[in-house]
Design a protein around this ligand. Structure first.
Ligand code: HSE
Length: 435
């Protein structure tokens, strides 16, 4: 029987999950791949630390280059993260003719173009299913299952940590910091959790999904990115009262003028499927012109869930070793990139939730409404919260219809300049996700 000897870089949450999955399901993985997949050499910053996986039959080192350069290693599994050393290791492996499997979205989103070029030049596969949405085989679905479709849009919840935080805040009124600490303890969060809560991780993933969906180059730097750290209990509660749930949404859409790529907190109607995706779960909805909307849901982070995608790539890799490049699926799904402009945020259209502190006196609401009307912004709903006995200011909550973001920016500048409005207005985008 064929064998595939694996060099594993990184024995963190996903590395240990991968070892355990390979061990627990060894027989069926062999049956499905027709190959004995075996990790023979692994690196970790501290190889002797006790860990959640059995490493007894694996040669351990603190030098990842030793693993890459081990002549016995057939394929390199990069689970270190980041885009500096991980890049050097992946490049070194590829130059030695070894396929690379990675769960590293930063690496693919930021330096994927260089790595794919190198992989093509050396005729080796570079696989990255685990880089996006954990357990969900969304790369395979987009690149292969939906290959006949012109993709109109895709949207989803693609950061498990942020979804976990927003869900726990909304459902159990838990404080942000405590939930983030739990997400870190559960192994959901990135090494630097600001990547999760400031939307960078989701932007990495969206850049990859959009490249595959629309056949465009990877353009992480063009993704509009806003995190959840400014979302308060108050907005979560008010949104629920109005029939909406706040989710950290990633959205890429092809419009006649160009492509939108954006990641930001978003009010979704509670009856929307995506509004009901809670905890560490991820979900991606894709609209293809032939298939119509399709929905993919599953755990977006965690040891076993992510290992599921890593091991699927290992099984694919065992079949690809003796294939020619023309038999393989193109790295990002296409053999020819499209030159489609990315729309600046001022050009996108969305609805809005606005909350502002105002003087509690006649005419204030009329002033705000006049500014919105003059800029062609139509109000869908309005609420005024009476001030508490100890407070002088009232609170106005507005939902608007869809409008160009540029017009909303102008409106907010004018509204915040009113003497009767205090402090910056809170602005959260709102999507109905109508097909
Ligand atoms: N930190 C990531 C998340 C891990 O929370 O979704 C999976 O990519």
């Amino acid at each position: 029987m064929k064998s595939l000897k694996v060099g594993l870089l990184g024995l963190g949450t996903v590395g240990c999950g991968t070892l355990e999955l390979l061990r627990n399901n060894a027989a069926l993985i062999t049956d499905r791949s027709g190959c004995q997949i075996q990790v023979i050499h692994a690196s970790a910053r501290n190889p002797n630390r006790p860990r959640a996986a059995d490493t007894r039959n694996i040669l351990l080192t603190d030098n990842p280059f030793e693993v890459v350069n081990n002549a016995e290693v057939d394929v390199v599994l990069e689970l270190i993260g980041g885009s500096t050393i991980a890049f050097d290791l992946a490049a070194q492996a590829i130059k030695s003719g070894k396929p690379v499997i990675t769960a590293n979205k930063a690496l693919i989103a930021e330096r994927g173009a260089e790595l794919f070029d190198l992989a093509r030049a050396h005729n080796v596969p570079l696989l990255f299913e685990a880089a996006v949405a954990g357990s969900i085989p969304i790369i395979k679905a987009l690149r292969e299952g939906l290959a006949a479709n012109r993709i109109e849009w895709l949207t989803g919840i693609i950061n498990g940590t942020s979804n976990f935080i927003l869900s726990e805040m909304g459902e159990k009124s838990r404080p942000f910091d405590a939930v983030l600490a739990e997400a870190q303890a559960l192994g959901y969060a990135e090494a630097d959790p600001t990547f999760d809560i400031e939307g960078i991780d989701a932007a990495h993933k969206l850049a990859i999904l959009a490249a595959i969906a629309f056949g465009i180059p990877l353009q992480f730097e063009r993704v509009y990115t806003e995190g959840i750290s400014h979302i308060t209990d108050r907005d979560i509660t008010y949104a629920e009262g109005l029939g909406y749930r706040i989710k950290h949404l990633a959205l890429a859409k092809q419009t006649p003028d160009g492509i939108e790529m954006r990641v930001h907190p978003t009010l979704l109607p509670v009856q929307q499927l995506l509004a009901n995706v809670s905890g560490v779960m991820n979900a991606v909805e894709v609209k293809g012109d032939a298939a119509g909307p399709t929905l993919y849901c599953g755990a977006g982070a965690g040891a076993e869930a992510t290992a599921s995608a890593v091991v699927a790539d290992l099984i694919d890799c065992s079949r690809l070793l003796d294939s020619s490049p023309t038999q393989r699926v193109a790295d990002l799904g296409t053999r020819r990139d499209q030159a489609i402009p990315i729309l600046p945020m001022g050009e996108i259209e969305t609805a809005y939730y606005l909350r502002m502190q105002v003087d509690d006196r006649p005419g204030v609401l009329a002033e705000v409404a006049r500014i919105l009307a003059e800029l062609g912004i139509s109000i869908e709903a309005i609420q005024q919260k009476e001030p508490a006995p100890s407070e002088a200011e009232a609170e106005i909550i507005l939902l608007t219809h869809r409008v160009r973001e540029r017009a909303m920016e102008q409106a907010l500048t004018e509204i915040e300049a009113l003497a009767s409005v205090h402090g910056p207005a809170i602005r959260i985008r709102l999507e109905h996700l109508d097909n």
